[in-house]
Each structure stands twice: as C-alpha cells, then as structure tokens.
Design a protein around this ligand. Sequence first.
Ligand code: ARG
Length: 461
Amino acid sequence: MSTTNKMWGGRFEKGPASVMEDITPSIDFDKRLAGEDLEGSRAHVRMLAAQGIVSEADRDAILGGLDAIGKEIDGGSFVFKRALEDIHLNIESRLAELIGDAAGRLHTARSRNDQVATDFRLWLRGACSRMDDRLDALQRALLGQAEAHVETIMPGFTHMQPAQPITFAHHCLAYVEMLSRDRGRFADARMRLNESPLGAAALAGTSFPIDREATAKALGFARPMRNSLDAVSARDFALEFLGAASISMTHLSRLAGELVQWTSPGFGFVRLSDAFTTGSSIMPQKRNPDAAELVRGKTGRVLGDFVALAVVVKGLALAYGSDLQEDKERVFDAADTLELSLAAMAGMIADLTVNAEAMRRAAEAGYPTATDLADWLVRVLKMPFRDAHHVAGSIVRQAETLGVGLDKVPLSDMQSVEPRITNDVFAVLTLEASLNSRQSPGGTAPARVREQIAFWRETLQ
Ligand code: ARG
C-alpha cells in the first residue's frame, strides 16, 4: 500500500516526513468547523445535482452520508485523524468509508480554499450573534445596577482625582453605551462577512456550470462574493471580528480595572458576592477580585490575537497560502475569551453590592463642588469664568486649611476672598445640589439619568 496521502497523494512517490505530520494538521482546532463544513457540503452537493453535475442518486447518497457523519460527530464516535490534516479531508474520507465511490464526487467544482473560507464565515456569523447575546446580558446587568442607584452619589474622577459628584447609575450607563457600540461593531462585521466564497474553487473559479447564487442562498449568505481571488484570500472578515473583540475587551478591561480598584479597602465602593470572589491560600482575610483581574489580563491576549492574524495576512501574496491556516486558532481564542469574559463580567456586575456611604465619603473628600462654586460666581456675580475659577480655588485652599468641606467654610472667610459672596452660595455647595444642577442633556442629574434608563429599558427589550 502506498504511504502517500490518499486524499491528494497521486503524484507523490513517498509519504511526508514525520515533522510534516506535526506542522500540517489543523484538525485539532478546525474540528470546531465540523457543523459548518457539513452544512456547506450539503448546499454544494444539492446545487451540483440541480445543475446536473452529479446525479440525484449520488446526491442522496452523499446527503445520507453527511447526516450519518453529523450524528457520529455529535455522539462523539467520529474519529478525527491528524493524518487527514483537517476537518474537510476527515469528513470526506469518512464519507468514502460510509458510502463508497459517490463520496469522491462531492469535491467536484470545489477546493478546500473556498470550502474553508465558507466554513469560517459561517462560524463567525454565529460567533457575532453569540457575542451580541453576551453583550446584551452584560448591558442588562449594568442597567439593573443603574436602576437601583440613580441617587447613589459617588465621586466622578478625572486624572483619577475626585472631580465632580456623579451617580453610580450614570457610571454604569457609560459602560452600557460602550457595549452598545461593541454590538454595533459585531453587527457590522457580521453584515460584511455574510457573503459566500463558495464556488471560487481554488482561486480562479471552475469550468463546471455551478450556481453560486443557489449555494449562497442555501447557506443564508446575502450574495456570492464577486471575485474568486478575493473570496479565497481575504481574511479581513476575521480581522474585523478580532478588531471588534479587541475593542470590546478594552471596555471590559476598564470596567474590570475599576472593580479591582473599587473593591480594594482604600475605596470600598463595592463588594463582589462570594460567588465572584476568591480567597488567598495564606491570608485568611483576603477577598480577591480574581475574575476582574483575569478579564483585565485576558485583554492582552485578544489584542495579541488581532496582531497575530494581521501579521499573517500582511504581505501575503494572493491568493491562498497555508499561512492562512493560522487564522482559526486566533479567532477561536478571541471569541472564547471574549465570551467567557462577558459572562464573568455580567455575573460580577449583577451580583455586586454598593457601599453608598463609602462612595459618599469619597465624594465629599475631594471638594467636588468647587466647579459649582465657580459657576455660582459666574451666574450670580457675573464674574468671568477665569476669575471665578481663581476665587473658588482660593476658597478651596481655605477649606483645606480649616479641614472642612466647601459647604462648611464660614461666609466671612469666603467674603475675605470675594466680598460680594452671599449666604445663597451654600445652596449650590452640597453634593445633591451639584448633582441636581447637572441637567444638561447626557448629564448626571437624576432626572437626566432616568431618561437614559428609560431609553435603555426600551432599547434592550
Ligand atoms: N486546513 C486548511 C486551512 O485551515 C484548509 C485549506 C487548505 N487548503 C490547501 N490548499 N491546503 O486553511
């Protein structure tokens, strides 16, 4: 018996070096495409029969075999063989074992190059939808916290310094916005990748009278791709997915980083539930926000996936090159990582409890109503904002010296800086007053935040 590969070894005298059996196979990871590969083959053989390229009897035999293989794979009895390289050849080879010669007709007018591109696009289509579901769940968790904390005051930060009072609801809703743009990116990616490469064959098309519209339609693609070279060599659809995943991970990473900070006793703003906290093997008192740290850490890995594939594609001459086999692990890894991270974040957010007193204490600590004082000087005393800024700054210095909040600085001290200041100023110096005054559209005033909540309740229906 020949030692050459039975799927393509016709022109070979000898079999591959043993290292080839390690470097060539993709079956260990592309077995994940089995369902999509079967789906693509079904559409292809139906089209071949409809076009009179294969007989109806062969079509039926092939369809029967593909169904049997699907059952074997689902039931775990299918034997994946590394010698058969990839999912495509594994399935075709098993088909031959099951139905004999008719199996050899399935690959008419098709190449693994258009086949794998088709499978991968189908898989990514599903992945975009899964990411969307997970993003939706996290948005809902954040919205739930927002609804509970429309009046919960926390310091809003810039430069990580207390800046102005905001509410926890407002903060949560900022992430809801980011995640909605992530969903938009996955929806865009899905829309653009939803074209059929099938029928491009190896790179140049085929001499058989195939019907690419039919296979595209059967597989739920919007249309066949226009250019056969592009169809087999393009991987920007995978890059786009990785780009969307990378950006989404940066959002999760920021939120995760905040959770790590907020759960640290120095902040104490939130407490993660026991279910989302881990202990230390040496320090009995510890409650570590492991999942948040891991989400933050995994962000690097997804960004790495993007870079890895971008480098693979960069400089790769048209059309197909085996380099492209490197696409799948990167995409699978990013999709798995993002899905897991989204699930962990949704769990942490839904379960956390807020320490409103700690947030309030921190909000009070940083003179966060200094802008309100300056705004009052502008509004009531008609001072230019720059001058008002200076006066308010001097009063903050007084508060600091006295060791009190801005609203506790005696009027006489304020008047020593600006004699026209009156008692009315105190009405704007409390946290609540500051909060309620931020009524501009998109602002943190509870009335505005309630509008955001209503919008998202409606949108996330
Ligand atoms: N296993 C290959 C991949 O993952 C399938 C396409 C192989 N095509 C080829 N001509 N060797 O990309």
